[in-house]
Write a protein of this length. Structure first.
Lengths: 204, 177
């Protein structure tokens, strides 16, 4: 006998059906939505603000707002669009708050080049950095991107959203999204090009 | 350089396979003569792969528990008002009744009795009327005062039930005096 697993249930009940149930008072539907989205939202916000604790607080606040404002969700949009919009706005508010209160990380007090000098000063002649360090460098480079590039790069290249949905989440035209993704990628490769200085150059 | 900027605008479309064959060929031709653009494109492609492969992080084990607590806290203490007082009508009405009762008691109990009773303005109009003053000193010995006086002056009208106030036998006793 085949029993339905959680994944089966996930494929059967859509996010939109769950939020509709929750709007009618089904708290279990809310719990399922939290379980579905908590990790991907955390990754989105973490890449945005660069601090895990802050990111988790923002995701908490996102779900609290979903709970309190459940009736503000309209079926014209996907649930994922709605919840990502809430989380994105909270993340941007957090960044603005930090800017106002001048809460910068140490890296913000040194210039951009020095920030990426960490692997170069690692006495390895090949300048080979292990994946953990490289991840940290990439994360810092993402954080340093202007917000308008950062949000599209995270949504497109890390979270894998379609351009159309990014357009809805950020409420900007599709052409603007594509243009920002391209410019964001160009900026990122410029900021990270020191990682490639000694790698062999081969044509694809 | 102008051409390079123009070609670079199409790098993402090239990466995502959104260029037509003709556009793609133009870009390939440009790569063959511009190593700088080709290097940029190669790095861009590689970084995009790295971004996709960044290790995902997960929420802490107590995340859902904490969320439940936050929801409960917000529901129980909206604006620091205790849950029992969230419905303000009941306690407000209770307080108003208590205040009104105490006020009435204090007003009527402490108000000086009129020297000459005026049947038009006296609150206890149904009580028997006594000529020569109705007030009995508080500290006066009760034995020296007729019982009928006590019933008409010391007890405020509001505290005496109608049935007690208009007892015919009381009226009869006063008239007899």
């Amino acid at each position: 006998m085949i029993t339905k697993t959680k994944d089966d249930a996930k494929s059967v009940v859509s996010d939109e059906q769950l939020i509709a149930k929750f709007q009618l008072g089904d708290l279990q539907a809310y719990d399922i939505l939290v379980r579905r989205y908590k990790d991907q939202l955390l990754n989105f916000v973490y890449r945005f603000v660069g601090n895990r604790t802050d990111a988790e607080d923002i995701v908490q606040e996102t779900f609290l707002r979903v709970y309190k404002n459940k009736h503000m969700y309209k079926e014209i949009a996907k649930f994922s669009t709605w919840v990502y919009t809430i989380a994105g706005n909270l993340a941007k508010t957090e960044l603005r708050r930090r800017k106002r209160h001048k809460i910068f990380s140490v890296s913000n007090f040194v210039n951009e080049e020095k920030d990426y000098d960490i692997p170069d000063h690692d006495h390895s002649p090949e300048k080979k950095v292990d994946s953990a360090i490289q991840e940290g460098i990439i994360q810092k480079a993402i954080e340093k991107l202007p917000a308008k590039f950062k949000e599209v790069i995270i949504l497109r290249d890390i979270q894998g959203f379609a351009y159309e949905e990014i357009s809805q989440i950020l409420n900007i035209p599709l052409g603007t999204v594509k243009s920002r993704v391209n410019r964001g990628r160009l900026k990122l490769q410029e900021d990270l090009k020191f990682l490639y200085e000694t790698e062999p150059k081969t044509k694809p | 350089m102008m051409d390079c900027d123009k070609f670079r605008m199409d790098f993402s479309n090239y990466l995502e396979g959104e260029l037509h064959t003709e556009q793609r060929k133009k870009l390939d031709d440009h790569f063959s003569i511009c190593p700088e653009c080709y290097e940029i494109f190669r790095r861009m492609s590689d970084i995009q792969k790295k971004l996709k492969n960044l290790l995902p992080i997960g929420t802490s084990p107590g995340f859902e528990q904490r969320l439940q607590e936050n929801i409960l806290r917000q529901n129980q203490h909206p604006g620091f008002i205790p849950a029992q007082l969230q419905n303000w009508k009941l306690p407000a009405m209770g307080s108003a009744i208590v205040v009104a009762t105490v006020s009435l008691f204090l007003v009527f109990n402490n108000s000086p009795a009129p020297e000459t009773p005026d049947t038009d303005t006296q609150f206890n109009t149904a009580a028997p009327q006594i000529q020569g003053g109705l007030a009995k000193p508080v500290d006066a010995p009760t034995s020296s005062v007729p019982s009928t006086y006590e019933s008409t002056t010391l007890i405020p009208d509001s505290l005496v039930s109608d049935s007690a106030r208009i007892r015919p036998e009381n009226i009869q006793q006063v008239k007899g005096k």
